[in-house]
Ligand binder design. Structure first.
Ligand code: DGL
Length: 263
């Protein structure tokens, strides 16, 4: 048993979609969350830059005594998870990856769409994922610049967002996709809007719940699950704390105080 916290980070508030799954599955765990909003979007940054940010945040969580690390960001995972695992071989580290395997199993039309950042879609890790799991399906990829920036303002419903989102999903629908992978942790917050835009028969798949289950497995194997009730979840941001405090009730369903992450 370990009462130590779990460190979770993303380029911004998107990783809260993963944090809420972790909290739902592991309500006794103490959670530390960094939104690296001062450096968002990762999707348009170089892998080298993202690896440096991953190293800074991992080091911070180590100093906070975190017993595990979750990269609640697909783009950070493709760029940085291998280096972090090499650096900390004994630390449980969980990353995200677009849900290609479940989508390939779920599709009936044989055409799967992937919404993700440019960085994720251009990575060797994503190409390897397709090689491994998507041989029998057609995969249409769609980078989505601009979505993350709107979600970061707390916008989940505006006309501008709807127009941009529609421009990204229409080509997927036209190509015959019946299953769409939400390959960026910001996008699960768009599910209500997507359900207005898309036919109800289209399946949306994200990996937040699977990542929470994987984290639980790793902690349980090492006898690291917390026994008692959680202390409060702590939040940091590398941008303006007040801005994130305003968005928390919308994306985390609770208010909370946010500290400044100046590293
Ligand atoms: N939330 C991140 C992901 O899962 C990316 C957002 C960004 O571009 O910074 O890929």
């Amino acid at each position: 048993m370990s009462e130590a916290p779990i460190g979770v980070f993303d380029s911004g508030v998107g990783g809260l979609s993963v944090l809420r799954e972790i909290h739902a599955l592991l309500p006794d765990e103490s959670l530390l969350y960094i939104a690296d909003c001062g450096h968002i979007p990762y999707g348009e940054k170089s892998p080298e830059f993202i690896r440096q940010r991953c190293a800074v945040m991992a080091d911070f969580f180590r100093r906070q005594g975190a017993k595990a690390l979750v990269l609640a960001c697909n783009t950070a995972t493709v760029a940085g998870v291998a280096q972090l695992r090499q650096c900390y071989p004994d630390w449980p580290i969980v990353g995200m990856e677009p849900a290609v395997k479940p989508a390939a199993a779920a599709t009936r039309s044989g055409v799967v769409g992937v919404l993700a950042t440019t960085g994720t879609l251009q990575s060797a890790k994503f190409a390897a994922l397709l090689d491994r799991f998507a041989n029998d399906v057609r995969v249409i990829t769609q980078p989505c610049p601009g979505l993350v920036e709107l979600i970061e303002t707390g916008d989940l419903h505006s006309d501008a967002l709807r127009t941009l989102l529609r421009s990204y999903v229409e080509p997927l629908v036209a190509a015959g996709c019946d299953t769409i992978i939400l390959g960026c942790t910001h996008y699960p917050f768009l599910k209500p809007l997507l359900s207005q835009i898309l036919a109800p028969s289209i399946i949306l798949i994200d990996t937040g719940a699977a990542v929470a289950r994987q984290l639980k497995r790793l902690l349980s194997e090492r006898s690291l699950l917390a026994a008692g009730p959680a202390r409060q979840t702590q939040f940091w941001t590398s941008a303006t704390p007040e801005h994130m405090e305003n968005i928390l009730p919308l994306l985390w369903n609770k208010s909370g105080s946010v500290q400044s992450f100046g590293l």
